[in-house]
Ligand binder design. Structure first.
Ligand code: PMP
Length: 300
């Protein structure tokens, strides 16, 4: 696979309020965020011209910044609008959207009271998070070396750059060992989430998912719970022990990037992606594009 470096592409990036040519959207090496991890970001997807759950993502971006003790110097409405406008400016209607806010280079020390908050929004085409050939049989997860920090040890409700350090180490190790991703536990040893998505299990038609006490209560997670309940399924948020995995028949992970992705394997455990998973794959795919159907049904 040839990777086109992210700093050497055509297009426009929204930077601190104006569109900047892609290659010129740079920051200084002495930026606070680079040294101390003071950055928060979002991952969104535009489907057929509309960003799914845009307001919820923007709200979480602002909440994440607040949890890291900095303010975003724009309104939520302006950032939401800028996300859509960045897609339009780049001529994209189906793409990934990445807003990020970070502390600038005005002060470089643990203390950061004098830094200015910078904001950027970039968008790019990104079809599927996982290899499409793995989809039907399910992706393969290994056990991660690191555990999610508890809420007393980190601002775990924030989508903060610093919290991804252990995710990258874990995902790299998984990929090197031939897996697609890694499943992380919490510090008490219960199942938490993967390096970039929430997880669900199925037993006798009922869905089970860990309570998001030390990781993101993902927007996709909340959406999938609602979809499953609307379809008459029971969804139980509960503590899940690793040795309970043998009692589940299906497993899938959910996230903006991952959407709803079947899991075939977690370490020594095997799952058979089935009707519950694939129904949710379909329902989610329809929901994110519901506006396209509405438009098609509306007489001109
Ligand atoms: N957990 C982690 C670590 C993630 O990176 C993501 C993706 N943002 C999620 C869960 C799922 O969140 P969402 O459904 O809001 O994209």
């Amino acid at each position: 696979m040839t990777l086109v470096p992210f700093d050497d592409r055509e297009g426009w990036i929204w930077l601190d309020g104006r569109f900047t040519p892609w290659r010129e959207a740079n920051l200084h090496v002495l930026s606070h965020a680079l040294h101390y991890g003071s950055a928060v970001f979002e991952g969104e997807r535009m489907y057929d011209g509309r960003i799914f759950a845009l307001e919820a993502h923007t709200r979480r971006l602002f909440r994440s910044a607040e949890l890291l003790d900095f303010e975003i110097p724009f309104s939520e409405d302006l950032i939401s609008q800028a996300c859509t406008e960045t897609c339009i400016k780049n001529g994209l209607t189906n793409c990934y959207v990445r807003p990020i806010a970070w502390r600038g280079a005005e002060q470089l020390s643990v203390s950061a009271l004098s830094t200015r908050t910078r904001v950027a929004i970039a968008v790019w085409e990104w079809p599927k998070y996982f290899d499409a050939t793995r989809f039907q049989r399910g992706v393969r997860l290994s056990w991660a070396q690191y555990r999610r920090p508890p809420a007393e040890a980190a601002p775990t409700a924030a989508k903060a750059a610093g919290l991804y350090m252990i995710c990258t180490i874990s995902k790299n190790a998984a990929e090197r060992a031939g897996y697609d991703d890694a499943l992380m536990l919490d510090t008490s040893g219960a199942v938490a989430e993967t390096t970039g998505a929430n997880i669900f299990f199925v037993r006798d038609g009922t869905l089970y998912t860990p309570k998001p006490h030390c990781f993101l209560d993902g927007i996709t997670r909340q959406t999938v719970i609602k979809l499953a309940r609307e379809a008459g399924k029971r969804v139980i948020e509960t503590r899940i022990e690793p040795d309970e995995l043998a009692t589940f028949s299906e497993c899938f992970i959910v996230g903006t990037a991952a959407e709803v992705t079947p899991v075939g394997e977690i370490g020594e455990h095997r799952f058979q992606p089935g009707a519950v998973t694939f129904d949710l794959v379909d329902h989610y795919a329809k929901l994110v594009r519901a506006h396209t159907r509405e438009r098609a049904l509306t007489p001109a």
